[in-house]
Design a binder for this molecule. Sequence first.
Ligand code: TXA
Ligand code: MG
Length: 306
Amino acid sequence: MISAQDISKAADLLLSGALVAFPTETVYGLGALATDDRAVARIYDAKGRPTFNPLISHVPDVEAAFALGEFSADALKLAARFWPGPLTLVVPRWSTCTVSLLASAGLPSLAIRVPQHAIALELLRAVGKPVVAPSANPSGRISPTTAQHVRDGLGDKVSLVLDGGACTVGVESTVVSFLEGKATLLRPGGLAREAIEEALGYKLAEGLANVMHSPGQMESHYAPHAAMRLNAEVAINGEAYLGFGKFGREYNLSSSGDVVEAAANLFRMLHELDALKPERIAVAPIPMIGLGEAINDRLKRAAAPR
Ligand code: TXA
Ligand code: MG
C-alpha cells in the first residue's frame, strides 16, 4: 500500500531533481521534474537512450495541460472526453511553457497526458509541476508493467519506485498530434483508434510512429538559424562559441566535462547563442561517452547542410 508519506517523499525527491518511478494505467513511468534540465537529462542517462526522444509531460488535470500548450478545438474535444486516460496529445507549446527544451528535444511542440491512476494523480498534484516520464525500462527493452520490472531493469538508477501493483492497460498511451490541423495518429496505444475517430467525427491521419525516424523533419527542427561548425577548439572570424570542458568560458555546456550536465544545457544554450544572430556557431568537441553520443547526434543534425 502507498501511504500519504510515500507520496510526499516521492514528490520531494522529484522536486529535488531525483528520478522516481511511478505506476500509471498504461506502464510504469520513469519520472523527472519537467522544468528541471538536469533532472530531464538524468532520464536519458538512466535509460541509456541513444537519442533524445521527446518525452511526455504528465499533469493531474486539463487545466494544468492548458497552461503548457495550445489546444485546438479538436484537441480540446479529445482531452475533455478521454482524460484522465491512456491518450497523449501533441500540441504546440506556448512560448511561456516552462518545460525543459530537452524534454521536447528542441521541438516547438509538447506531448501531454493526464494519466488515469490514483497514485500517479496524487503524485502529480503533490508535485504541482509537470512530470516527464518515459516508460521506466532501459532503452530497447520491454516496457515495465510492475514495480519489480522497474527494479530489475533500472535498479539503483532510480531513487524510489512507487509500487502500485500491475498496470491495468499494459501498453503505452495512444499518441495523437494536432500540429497539422487535423488529428494525426503517431503511436497506436492503450486507447483504440476507433474511439478517437468516433469522438472527432473523422478518420485519423497516419503519422510517423516516432518523430526521431524522420531525419528530414528532425534536421530542420533541431537546426539553429546560424550555420554550425563542430569539433572546434576555438572560435574564428566572429563565430559564437559553445564550449565544453576546458574549451570555452561564457557559454560552456559543462565546464567540468560532465556529459549529463551538457545534455541538460544543450538546447537552451543553442537557443541563446542563436538569439545573438551570429553567422555561425562553433561547438567544442564532445566525447562520445554516455550522453555524449546523443549530444553529438543532435549536433550533427543541427550542422547538416540545409
Ligand atoms: O503510456 C505512456 O505514454 C507512458 C507512461 C509512462 O505515461 N510513457 C511513454 O513515454 O510511453 P515514452 O517516452 O516511452 O514515449 C513517448 C512517445 C514517443 O513515441 C515520442 O516520440 C512521442 O511520445 N512524443 C513525445 N513528444 C513528442 C512530440 N513533441 N512530438 C511528437 N511525438 C512526441
Ligand atoms: Mg518507451
